[in-house]
Design a binder for this molecule. Structure first.
Ligand code: DX5
Ligand code: ZN
Length: 217
């Protein structure tokens, strides 16, 4: 199986977003990754519902929405209505994660949970069977273009073991500093879905870069 690629448009050219989305529609990517930041869970701010809705209207790929916000429960329905297909909440932002996961499912979205680099992956064990995906942050969330944290490999291997032991088919997604330099090693460690921002949008030919990232297993 080739790598699944979820381009993050965080650092794409928002003045030409329609062209970016058309390029992604025609590319070999599987998902479009949207980073939602609130200036509280992370220091940065990004975009909200009106922009997600517009992206949805032009995207032919499922929207993979990564919430870096406090109190995500307040907005689950609005993210569904805006067009989220996969909804990722942060473990650190949820008070009752079982309940949040159930609500995401009831709303018809696929639930995913992310952990920051400082959070032990073992905290996810009780949730694995009810999750479609787990997102391992390989940078501190908040900004694109950061350096990949090398200890992520060990965290991914540990998570992969937990998923196998639980007999679940939860996908492992990695986000932050992914490029042609590390995608093969990440795949070998157990990653299924790769969020890639700057390596795609800084490339001369982003569509060709997606093709190369997919094949480099
Ligand atoms: C960071 C975001 C990422 C970011 C990845 O907080 O969650 O999705 O856009 O960008 P790169 O690939 O440049 O690290
Ligand atoms: Zn992200």
């Amino acid at each position: 199986m080739s790598n699944m690629i979820a381009p993050s448009i965080l650092n794409a050219d928002f003045l030409h977003l329609a062209d970016v989305l058309e390029m992604l529609n025609e590319s070999e990517a599987e998902l479009i990754h949207l980073d939602i930041m609130d200036g509280r869970f992370v220091p940065n701010l990004t975009f909200g519902f009106p922009i997600i809705k517009q992206i949805k209207s032009a995207a032919r790929l499922p929207l993979d929405v990564h919430l870096m916000i406090v109190e995500p429960d307040k907005y689950l329905k609005e993210f569904r209505d805006a067009g989220a297909d996969i909804l990722t909440v942060h473990y650190e932002a949820c008070e009752n994660l079982h309940k949040t996961i159930e609500q995401i499912k009831e709303l018809g979205m696929k639930p995913s949970v992310s952990v920051k680099p400082q959070t032990e992956v073992s905290v996810l064990e009780p949730y694995l069977k009810s999750l479609d995906m787990v997102l391992i942050m390989s940078v501190n969330p908040g900004y694109g273009g950061q350096k990949f944290m090398e200890d992520s490999y060990e965290r991914i291997r540990e998570l992969k073991k937990m998923i196998n032991a639980a007999g679940s088919d939860t996908l492992i997604q990695v986000d932050g500093g992914v490029s042609l330099d590390n995608i093969k090693q990440l795949s070998e460690a157990g990653v299924d879905v790769f969020v890639v921002g700057s390596a795609i949008f800084r490339a001369d030919d982003p569509k060709e870069m997606i093709r190369m990232l997919k094949g480099s297993q």
